[in-house]
Design a protein around this ligand. Structure first.
Ligand code: AMP
Length: 557
């Protein structure tokens, strides 16, 4: 497939609103793609260059991209930035600039999908002091060979935001339709493989290949997620639950093969080098090859847990790891086992995975009790809080491990008022004492690959917070208009509120009353923020409750 054809497909997808039409269009193309093209197409159409499990990054920010485009279009960088501000979209801006380019420099060479992929792989692998120039040369080469429409999608692909509105579910269904297999099997294979590109190849081989998938060590799978709930409801609906402490740390997935141990963060970024003592202690604590799910906590000299931010600081650290390791003790609390000695355990019930875990782990096991009455669970919950933990997790003993899914198989019980994790999509300059930094942040929920605004937050931040938040987002500015800016989505805020209100002001249809900044969720990606669907559920749940408790979640009720 030529990249030009891919761009035309994207343009058609962008114009379609219906999920089924999108699915069918993608499905109609898949059987005709070659062995090497199929996975690339599947990843590209999702705005990705690498498999989901890969930590590989292109290492190109908007500024480098604008410079490359300016060069190819024979314009100044400022012209590119102005057009991006006008259109609010780097892809459209690039397209327009290249439309005005001299005809003679067009179409030197057209590129195939595979060639664009190879070029991007080279972009990602250029490292070292000269890497920015090398990446720039490759980008210029790419844009130089492209029509304006191709450049629109190439620019967006480079910025990891294709904006064609196709979600993972639609691509999954398209694979099922294209190769005549059950969508549930495709989903099942995706849970283990974490790369729809590879899953498409398996689907082409047939259902047996999809069924036979297994996890591969050193390719992280997505983490299973928890939903909010209440003790009484969970017990009433499901009977006895496995109760564990909810540790206030940061999630890791640990892989061991032979003598090598590596670990990944919740966002599947590799953190092996930042957490050497965690890797060492898990290597020492395990028999055989394993993949484990755990929370890493920091403990103080008295053995009590330290705040979650202390752990995150260690995750981010690239230099001075040895000194940091001296200052803070990190301990893993292991609560699940996804794979052991070549066997994929995702489909096994929690009780069985737990038995495997207990047999193979010598140390660092997170205690668990199966309990069936509210009072006993409540007692563990209170003990958890007394011991300085966040609360408890209630898990269904018969449930499989479902990577990336949030459901009632795992619920979290914690005391604080409800908060939402929201994507930061814009900011406004502060005034008066707050001038010089952004003072408000625009927030959004996600809905099938789109981010929809739910309002702004301007309280809950100290002056230091404002300065550090500004530093965090300043490189993400993609457009400016008056006192506000549009930000490339990349940062997630946890935000408290007093009530969710229906509101025509924001595209989500909702607004938050008294939004209050709680913290940056550095461990969460934009694809993990609150969904519109769950915001709606919260809204409805709140209107069915009454009085002063309308926004409070009583974990015991
Ligand atoms: P939240 O981040 O509030 O959605 O809560 C879910 C998170 O709690 C998980 O992603 C883990 O990082 C963390 N956690 C702490 N203890 C446990 C546990 N025992 N089981 C599962 N997750 C836990």
């Amino acid at each position: 497939m030529e990249f030009a054809e891919f761009a035309l497909v994207c343009e058609r997808l962008e114009a379609l609103a219906g999920r089924l039409e999108m699915r069918d269009l993608v499905a109609s193309l898949l059987p005709g793609l070659g062995e090497a093209e199929l996975p690339v197409f599947i990843r590209f159409v999702q705005g990705r260059v690498f498999p989901d499990w890969s930590s590989e990054k292109l290492g190109i920010g908007p500024n480098l991209l604008y410079e490359a485009v300016a060069y190819v279009a024979g314009r100044k960088r400022a012209d590119v930035v102005r057009l991006v501000n006008e259109t609010g979209d780097a892809g459209l801006a690039v397209e327009r600039l290249l439309e005005r380019r001299q005809q003679s420099s067009f179409f030197s060479d057209s590129m195939s999908l595979a060639e664009v992929h190879a070029l991007l792989v080279r972009v990602a692998s250029s490292a070292g002091p000269q890497s920015q120039q090398a990446k720039m040369r490759l980008l210029r080469q790419g844009f130089g060979a492209m029509t304006p429409l191709e450049a629109r999608y190439f620019a967006r692909l480079v910025l990891a935001e294709l904006r064609i509105g196709i979600g993972e579910g639609t691509v999954r269904d398209a694979i099922a339709v294209a190769f005549g297999v059950d969508p549930a099997l495709v989903e099942h294979a995706q849970q283990a493989k974490n790369d729809l590109g590879e899953v498409a190849l398996l689907a082409r081989e047939g259902p047996a290949s999809l069924e036979a998938v297994s996890i591969v060590p050193f390719r992280p799978v997505r983490l299973m997620l928890a939903q909010q709930g209440t003790i009484a409801q969970q017990l009433a609906d499901f009977g006895p639950v496995a109760v564990e402490y909810k540790y206030d740390g940061s999630r890791i997935q640990f892989h061991r093969l032979g003598k090598v141990g590596r670990c990944w963060s919740r966002r599947l970024e590799e953190v092996t080098h930042a957490l050497p003592e965690v890797v060492e202690s898990l290597l020492a604590a395990t028999h055989g090859d394993v993949i484990l799910d755990a929370e890493v906590v920091a403990v103080g000299p008295d053995g009590r847990p330290l705040p979650f931010q202390t752990v995150l600081r260690r995750f981010r650290r690239k230099h001075g790891v040895a000194e940091a390791r001296e200052a803070i003790t990190l301990v893993p609390r292991v609560f699940d086992c996804l794979w052991a000695d070549g066997e994929t355990l995702l489909d096994r019930p929690l009780a069985e995975r737990r038995a495997r875990l207990e047999a193979l782990l010598i140390d660092h096991l997170a205690p668990q009790q199966v309990l069936g009455d509210v009072e006993s669970v409540q007692a563990v919950y209170e003990q958890a809080l007394t011991d300085g933990h966040e609360g408890v997790m209630l898990k269904l003993p018969g449930s499989p491990y479902t990577p990336g899914a949030r459901g009632r198989a795992w619920i979290k019980i914690k005391p604080e008022a409800e908060t939402l994790d929201l994507a930061v999509i814009g900011a406004g300059w502060g005034e008066g004492r707050r001038a010089g930094a952004f003072g408000t942040y625009e927030l959004a929920v996600q809905d099938r690959g789109r981010l929809l605004p739910v309002g702004r937050v301007a309280t809950g931040m100290t002056d230091e917070d404002l300065a550090s938040l500004h530093a965090l987002v300043q490189d993400l500015v993609i457009a400016e208009s008056g006192a506000s800016v549009t930000l490339e989505p990349g940062v997630v805020f946890e935000v408290g509120y007093s009530e969710i209100q229906a509101s025509p002001t924001y595209a989500s249809g909702y607004a938050l009353r008294f939004p209050r900044f709680v913290r940056v969720r550095e461990d969460k990606g934009v694809d993990e923020v609150e969904t519109l669907e769950s915001l709606e559920e919260r809204y409805l749940a709140q209107t069915t409750r009454t009085g002063a408790d309308a926004h409070r979640d009583d974990p015991t009720s």
